[in-house]
Design a protein around this ligand. Structure first.
Ligand code: UD1
Length: 369
């Protein structure tokens, strides 16, 4: 069996790392394709280093662009690589543009290449079609032969969309494999102290969703809200390049003054910072899951979440919508008041998802197309 894995953007790297490691441990050949959707050292190279991911076998170097341009570039560059490598499986992860672009190419070349497509993190739904990731998720799930779900609730979304139950396999959350494996190394780095922060006496914030940061009004509300939080607890904000660009464009740099700003952090530094935080405020999908796994209260700065299990079984809560300073402060206070009792991790968030993923590739069952 030869398995091609695709990664393109920051949130993909922690999902491919344990799958690559498990394939290697079983002596199964892997081919890693990096689309180059993210290319900055801080968004890409740092993750390869921290997660000990092998150098990509193919780097497509597509870079940034509009959705159409980026998706098209990935498709054009991926097609000859797929034809040439002809793997048995193409495994795509998550919900970024690279995920959909490569799943689409592979599903149309299946007969010619003799491959099948597997989607890791299948079945998450926000029900908000304005989110580019929702479009990517729903379409990738329709295209994939094998749908590997991170939580039990994902199956019902897939079946409701007409996907044959035989194509769906619950494997658990592979990102948590990486978290559990890397936590000791993250703690060793003492990242909070390096930023002058004391354990459990600071908040971590991240914002990068276009709907939150591209418009001046929304971005101003969020930065002012974080400034209000900073009156009671230091707030560290690692700045995504999209957010940094928007702050500059809208002349909102002054609102960063009460916050501790850092460049985007590598995997270990970010995990080390989250692990010791009192509260986290974020619009990231992955961080909602990481805080649940770590038992750190999280306030999600979005209207809805495609990861409701982090609310029902974890430490997450949504800030009142539309976002306002008063609403964010209310959710922040509630998060601060959360008890320290740890809930058991959701089913399948146990560090063994990659084993189950590779098991599923080896034996997809009669139902997988
Ligand atoms: C992408 C994903 C999003 C994910 C996020 C994590 C899609 C639709 N979105 O959003 O789901 O949560 O990655 O970061 O795939 N840029 C750089 N350096 C880079 C990459 C991007 O400076 O290495 C800047 C460019 O100005 C670019 C902008 O960030 O135009 C946005 O990058 P892009 O990959 O289009 O989307 P993200 O907002 O990062």
């Amino acid at each position: 069996m030869r398995v091609m894995l695709v990664a393109g953007a920051r949130p993909n790297f922690m999902k491919v790392a344990p799958i690559l490691a498990n394939l290697e441990s079983r002596g199964i050949e892997s081919i890693l394709v990096h689309t180059g959707q993210h290319y900055d050292a801080a968004l890409s190279d740092a993750f390869f280093r921290d997660l000990e991911i092998k150098a990509p076998d193919h780097h497509l170097e597509v870079g940034s662009g509009s959705h159409a341009v980026q998706t098209a570039r990935v498709m054009e560059a991926f097609e000859p690589v797929l034809l040439d490598e002809a793997p048995d499986w193409v495994v795509v992860v998550g919900d970024v543009n690279s995920t959909l672009a490569t799943a689409l190419v592979a599903s149309k070349l299946k007969a010619e290449v003799g491959c099948h497509v597997a989607h890791v993190e299948a079945g998450l739904r926000s029900r908000d079609w304005r989110m580019p990731e929702e479009v990517n998720r729903v379409l990738t799930d329709q295209l994939a032969d094998l749908l590997l779900t991170p939580s039990r609730d994902a199956r019902q979304h897939l079946e409701a969309e007409g996907i044959d139950a035989a194509r769906i396999r619950f494997v658990g959350n592979v990102m948590i494999d990486t978290l559990l494996r890397r936590l000791p190394a993250a703690r060793e780095r003492a990242t909070p102290a390096a930023h002058g922060l004391r354990a459990h006496e600071y908040a971590v914030a991240t914002v990068h969703r276009p709907s939150n940061v591209d418009g001046a009004g929304e971005l101003r509300t969020i930065l002012e809200s974080l400034g209000a939080v900073a009156r009671s607890l230091p707030v560290v904000l690692p700045l995504h390049p999209r957010t940094a660009g928007s702050i500059e464009r809208h002349g909102l740099g002054g609102l960063l003054e009460p916050l501790t700003i850092t460049p985007p952090l590598g995997y270990l530094d970010m995990l080390g910072l989250l692990d010791q935080a009192r509260v986290v405020l974020t619009d990231s999908g992955g961080i909602q899951e990481e805080t649940t796994a770590l038992g750190i209260p999280c306030v999600t700065l979005r209207e809805q979440t495609e990861r409701p299990i982090t609310v029902t079984e974890g430490t997450n809560r949504l800030a009142p919508w539309p976002l306002s300073e008063a609403g964010v402060l209310e959710a922040f206070s509630a998060a601060m008041a959360d008890g320290a009792e740890r809930r058991p991790a959701p089913d399948g968030w146990d560090g063994k998802a990659a084993v189950r993923i590779v098991d599923a590739l080896l034996d997809p069952g009669a139902g997988a197309r």
